[in-house]
Design a protein around this ligand. Sequence first.
Ligand code: A3P
Length: 301
Amino acid sequence: AVQHLYLFQHFWCPSTHIQGVINFQKHFQAKDSDVIVASFPKSGTTWLKALTFAILNRQRFSSSHNHPLLTSNSHELVPSLDFIFHGDNIHDKLSHLSNMTEPRVFGTHLPFPSLPKSIKESSCKIVYICRNPFDTFVSFWIFANKINPHSLHQLTMEEALENFCKGIVGFGPIWDNMLGYWKESIATPNKVLFLKYEELKEEANFYLKRVAEFLDCPFTEEEESNGVTENIIKLCSFEIMKNLEVNKSGTFSRNMEKKYLFRKGEIGDWVNYFSPAMKEKLSKIIEEKLSGSGLSFETCL
Ligand code: A3P
């Protein structure tokens, strides 16, 4: 089926998500201990969900051979609030959510202003990940074509980039999504931690510790010397996750093949796809949209 996008609360919401998003906004009750993994799609959500889950549950699952991340996809362990509430039985879903083991961890692609009041007003924490828009676009383009070639209305890559630059992409405009969380992370650094895929990739140990500190569960020196941080990084690494049986077959959320969540996991793959004209187009709009914000991406220079 063709995927439609609706301009809703100043962002482009996939038609498949509208009902779930409205119900999420209306019914979800955040707890102070909740952790929300927020992101723009294709920015490293699967990875950050795994890392966050592993950090928070490291005492429950201390030995790595029976870790839930070896037998479940991170989207199963960290469900997305944008479509948990899709369909009926809201009451059952709410009672299931209220009985989940704490701290509960959830995902969302919603822009910050669209998050329900209870997330903003409770003491729950938000970890946001973004990625340079060049690689994000390439990752999106390839993923969307794999899961459903019709979803892109048979656009060429250039035409899809044109839309992306106009902000017309699920949960876009990408700049608004990033800047919303960026500004909150500056205004309320205890509430929102802003991460970049590139930095996480280059300095995984540093940022893993940063996330744990932010979530009020810093690693002890003993844990570090016992290799706990190293093991988490390994458990959540692209190679390990991609090659797990659980991620090689089967689907998640709306019948999306899990294997498509793991493609290359690299920085800068966009150079293999962009023409000089495409590069210029996206560079120009990034400069325009991010200028003066303090947010920038080295790989886009
Ligand atoms: P590529 O398509 O560039 O390879 P999301 O999880 O938000 O959908 O993002 C998907 C992107 O993250 C894909 O990028 C995917 O390969 C990459 N990715 C998935 N798991 C990863 C991991 N454990 N470490 C690093 N990157 C990962």
